[in-house]
Design a protein around this ligand. Structure first.
Ligand code: SF4
Length: 334
């Protein structure tokens, strides 16, 4: 049942309402506050932590999340987590990653059908086939993959640390899976030969060079692109970087106007951090990320389902690959 409106909510959540009014159509805010209030109460009751990816909508990212960030930040937070329950507001592979790194925690995802075109592009059998074709080449797998695929890999990476992880393998040739465009971008920054797979992100692959040029010429905007975009888009960009690297670039450059060539909510969630910058939004929404809503987060905390589980034999092997990625981040040899 939908939680009821109380006039006091506007006072109790004055700071949050002010933030959300700057990011959303202002008439949406009274619609979200009762859900946010009910979720905060359930979080306290369940001793739960809500983690939200940067592509989540502002009412989730700012309204109910305790931990926010990119895949790497969420993976690290999961590894360090001592809560009994984690609600992962993101897509299924992220919830699996949290479960693998925090096996003692009950990991819930508000919509179990929140998938990912990259994760769906490759299976564990495909990885075994590639290993047979390229004997001796280690496999580095982007975290945007299923637990089964991670379990077949030597190490995982995110877009933030892909070059570092590839080079840490100490091999002349590495099988890099599954994003073709991220792979091509990594290949341009290392001498290691990469064997690529034809996976693509359905959100980033639709951006075009013409769109990027339009943002620059029409709006005089600096261009920041995610490496999952096609190479001709990356060639137009002033900066190419992961979700976290985009934030660091904005911090450094403080541009007057910027177009973030990535998922739409990313600009919304950064806008509050950089009030002096005008964000030009090419609005490509990830339909999988947007399956997560305040009502299904509430239902998930109330009923403690759907729970994400990973078979123990798969989890042990996948954990090894994820821990090698985290070790590279700590500057350790792997
Ligand atoms: S934005 Fe792309 S890579 Fe990220 S979850 Fe959506 S489909 Fe997958």
């Amino acid at each position: 049942m939908k939680p009821a409106w109380r006039d006091e909510l506007l006072t109790e959540y004055a700071g949050l309402a002010d933030k959300l009014e700057r990011l959303l159509p202002c008439l949406e805010v009274p619609m979200h506050l009762p859900w946010i209030d009910a979720i905060q109460a359930l979080k306290r009751e369940r001793g739960a932590v809500v983690m939200a990816h940067s592509y989540q909508s502002p009412e989730i990212f700012h309204g109910v999340a305790d931990v926010t960030g990119d895949s790497l930040a969420l993976a690290q937070a999961a590894a360090d987590c001592d809560a009994g329950v984690v609600v992962l507001c993101g897509v299924h592979f992220m919830a699996e990653t949290a479960k693998i790194l925090a096996p003692h925690v009950k990991v819930l995802i508000p919509d179990a059908l929140a998938g990912c075109s990259l994760a769906d592009s490759i299976t564990a059998a495909d990885v075994r086939m590639l290993r047979a074709r390229h004997p001796g080449a280690p496999v580095v797998t982007y975290v945007n993959t299923s637990a089964d695929v991670k379990a077949e890999s030597d190490a995982c990476c995110t877009s933030a640390n892909a070059v570092q992880v590839v080079e840490a393998m100490g091999a002349d040739k590495v099988i890099f899976l599954p994003d073709r465009y991220l792979g091509a971008h990594v290949a341009s920054q290392t001498d290691v030969q990469l064997v690529l797979w034809d996976g693509r992100c359905e959100v980033h692959e639709t951006f075009t060079a013409a769109q990027a040029r339009h943002a620059r010429e029409r709006f005089d905007a600096r261009l920041v692109a995610h490496p999952e975009c096609p190479p001709e888009v990356l060639a137009e960009a002033d900066f190419v970087g992961s979700t976290s690297a985009m934030g660091a670039w904005l911090e450094r450059e403080q541009p007057e106007r910027v177009a973030l060539i990535t998922e739409c909510s990313m600009a919304d969630n950064l806008r509050l951090r950089f009030p002096a910058t005008e964000f030009i939004k090419p609005c490509n929404l990830c339909p999988h990320m947007k399956r997560i809503t305040l009502p299904n987060i509430h239902a998930c905390l109330r009923d403690l389902v759907p729970e994400v589980t990973v078979p123990e034999d798969v989890a042990i092997r996948a954990r090894r690959a994820l821990e090698r990625m985290l070790a590279v981040g700590r500057g350790e040899r792997i």
